[in-house]
Ligand binder design. Structure first.
Ligand SMILES: [Zn+2]
Length: 376
């Protein structure tokens, strides 16, 4: 096994980058999209199907797994990879963000956060040290620092105070993580939409030193324009020779815009969640399969897509199984959506390597602007 996780930057085109993160569990081609496996499963997908869509890495959620089935139980059962039957890289978040968004009755101190489980109301504590311990028990390949992230909009003092707390926690996370060859720890930049706070955060993280850096605190309600404004400068504050991860993003056009601004990795529940609510992402934009216009339509969702949903089924069938609440509806649409997201990533990787990313982006936006195929 290779002793270290390393990043090879292969090519750049404008600010966009393509490369490979080498891990003992396999290569992660960047730009990379990570499907979200919240509760040790990417909902409605078998792990081999997730791999077949082209995913090199999955994301697991510390908050969910620590509450159920617990990190200690997963450890006893051989770790998260074995438990969920996924032998390739896994990145776990620190739990901080989901404590904020899901848990009731939180109490935040310098030490960490105490909160009540949304599952059964039981009381828990998360600190940088405990988050590192949990992510180690899970066996995560890429571990995220424990951080705090205020919802936007928030006033500048609140953002600054929160960012500085996160930087102190980043130092404690680094210390608690220790020396673990073959595993990486990523720092998380905060600072909201304030350029100088982003810079201060990046400097603090770089001084501590991490194997990769995330841009945190975006995609929390600020809107695409504000997010892109921030991404116009934020990735530039981070070391060029380390992967940059934008957390919780996003829609296809968010992803493309983020990569154009120098982001290497992303994750989002959108393709899987939308798949379960009858929404398909295609080259021509979003298709709502529940719409009655599809009920007699024998054509596939996207005639050029090679996923099982598009290769073997009609829009009429996809409409019918969605309306009938059949499980295969979520399975097929999730597969299609994940396939499409990975196709975008592959297209961007090729275009960046070839130096044609600008033309690729124009084609991406022009095709989307055409809208879905005409109804029959
Ligand atoms: Zn498809």
């Amino acid at each position: 096994m290779a002793p270290k996780i390393s990043f090879d930057l292969k090519a750049t085109d404008g600010k966009a980058r393509t490369g490979v993160i080498n891990t003992p569990r396999g290569e992660i081609r960047t730009p990379a999209f990570m499907p979200v496996g919240t509760a040790a499963t990417v909902k409605a997908m078998m792990p081999e199907s997730v791999r077949a869509t082209g995913a090199d890495i999955l994301l697991g959620n510390t908050y969910h797994l620590m509450l159920r089935p617990t990190a200690e139980r997963i450890d006893r059962l051989g770790g998260l990879h074995k438990f969920m039957n996924w032998d390739r890289p896994i990145l776990t978040d620190s739990g901080g963000f989901q404590v904020m968004s899901l848990a009731g009755l939180r109490k935040l101190t310098e030490k960490g956060v105490t909160f009540k489980s949304h599952v059964d109301g039981s009381k828990h504590e998360l600190t940088p040290e405990r988050s590192m311990e949990i992510q180690k028990l899970l066996g995560s390949d890429i571990v995220m620092c424990f951080d705090e992230c205020p919802a936007l909009p928030a006033d500048r003092d609140r953002i600054a105070e929160s960012m500085r707390l996160s930087m102190r926690w980043a130092e404690r996370s680094r210390e608690a993580f220790g020396d673990r060859p073959g595993h990486a720890l990523f720092g998380i930049m905060q600072g909201g939409l304030e350029q100088d706070l982003r810079e201060e955060s990046a400097e603090a993280l770089t001084k501590i030193g991490f194997e990769g850096y995330a841009v945190g605190g975006l995609a929390v309600g600020e809107g695409q324009e504000a997010m892109f404004d921030c991404l116009d400068y934020a990735p530039g504050f981070l070391p060029e020779d380390k992967p940059r991860y934008l957390m919780g993003v996003g829609k296809p056009d968010d992803i493309v815009g983020a990569v154009a601004r120098g982001i290497d990795m992303m994750d989002c529940v959108l393709p899987s969640r939308s798949g379960r609510t009858g929404q398909a992402f295609t080259r021509y934009g979003v298709v709502n399969i529940k719409n009655a216009r599809h009920q007699d339509d024998p054509r596939p969702l996207d005639e050029n897509c090679t996923c099982p949903a598009c290769s073997n089924y009609s829009r009429a069938y996809l409409h019918h199984v969605f309306r009938s609440n059949e499980m295969i509806s979520g399975m097929l649409l999730t597969w299609h959506n994940l396939h499409y997201f990975q196709e975008i990533m592959g297209g961007m990787r090729e275009a960046i390597a070839a130096g044609t990313f600008e033309a690729w982006q124009k084609d991406f936006h022009d095709t989307r602007a055409q809208g879905d195929i005409e109804r029959l």
